[in-house]
Design a protein around this ligand. Structure first.
Ligand code: NAP
Length: 238
């Protein structure tokens, strides 16, 4: 079974982590983009049906072919990431970066993954740092027409916008204002506060959102008190 939106084409080799899939999907992407190589080729998510060795050897192969300069992993949980990183090191094509889902609303990587990445010296670039737009001022008063939640997106549906979350967002928004920044900016700075986090992958539907993201750089510091307040808001049940 495949999840809608990830599959590159129909049939058994249009998804997941086989050598056949990885090599042919990269070839097709390069053709579509008119490029000879990509800077980083990620394995998108673990494949429970393909031996890890096969997937990692395919990543090593595309680097040796010159079709990718570096390789990365995405959505790999801690222990599987550790194994994959070890295999890639043995093959001589180190994993440069891991792309996990990490935000104030999605803290699972804090349990073990971030420690593994630090220990192994692998970079970390979280995706969906704003939980698809929930950690912004976008949904404070309903669902705007031009928003992701109103668009039928599989990445954010209105059912995820619960009253409990809205109350947390209201409290977080007030804290961000007291820091002289927008909630989106505080949410990005918060992801970057962790010393295992190297960069952050932003998403934007308007150029003003990119300006907001860059504006975050003006205040990346958190006091211990502010971090404790954020934990308290996130952990409380409203
Ligand atoms: N590896 C993976 O499995 C995986 C999965 C998902 C995504 N990704 C990657 O990660 C990237 C980022 O993910 P994401 O788009 O979910 O990130 P995100 O930062 O959590 O959400 C971005 C959305 O938040 C809203 N937003 C952004 N800045 C805002 C601001 N200043 N004020 C109000 N709303 C704001 C916009 O939604 P509106 O449309 O409502 O304006 C924007 O499209 C994607 O482009 C994709 O490349 C990777």
């Amino acid at each position: 079974s495949t999840k809608a939106g990830y599959t590159m084409w129909d049939g058994p080799y249009g998804d997941w982590g086989s050598r056949k899939y990885l090599i042919s999907s990269l070839d097709q992407s390069l053709k579509r983009m008119g490029l000879e190589y990509v800077d980083i080729f990620y394995h998108h998510r673990p494949d429970p049906e393909t031996p890890l060795q096969e997937t990692m050897k395919a990543l090593d192969h595309v680097v040796r072919q010159g079709k990718a300069l570096y390789v990365g992993l995405s959505n790999y949980p801690a222990e599987l990431a550790r194994k994959a990183i070890d295999i890639l090191n043995d093959l001589g094509t180190p994993c440069v970066i891991h792309q996990p889902k990490y935000s104030m609303f999605e803290r699972a990587p804090e349990a073990r993954l971030l420690d593994v990445l630090k220990e192994k010296g692998v970079g970390c670039i979280p995706f969906s740092p704003l939980a698809g737009g929930q950690l912004t001022n976008r949904y404070l008063h309903g669902i705007p027409q031009d928003s992701r939640a109103a668009s039928g997106s599989q990445f954010l549906n209105p059912d995820q916008l619960t009253e409990e979350k809205r109350l947390k967002v209201v409290a977080l928004n007030a804290l961000a204002e007291s820091r002289g920044q927008k909630l989106s900016q505080m949410a990005l700075a918060w992801v970057l506060r962790h010393d295992a986090v190297t960069s952050v992958l932003i998403g934007a539907s308007k150029t003003s959102q990119i300006d907001d993201a860059v504006g975050m750089l003006e205040n990346r510091q958190f006091s211990a008190q502010e971090l404790a307040t954020i934990d308290d808001i996130l952990n409380r049940s409203n």
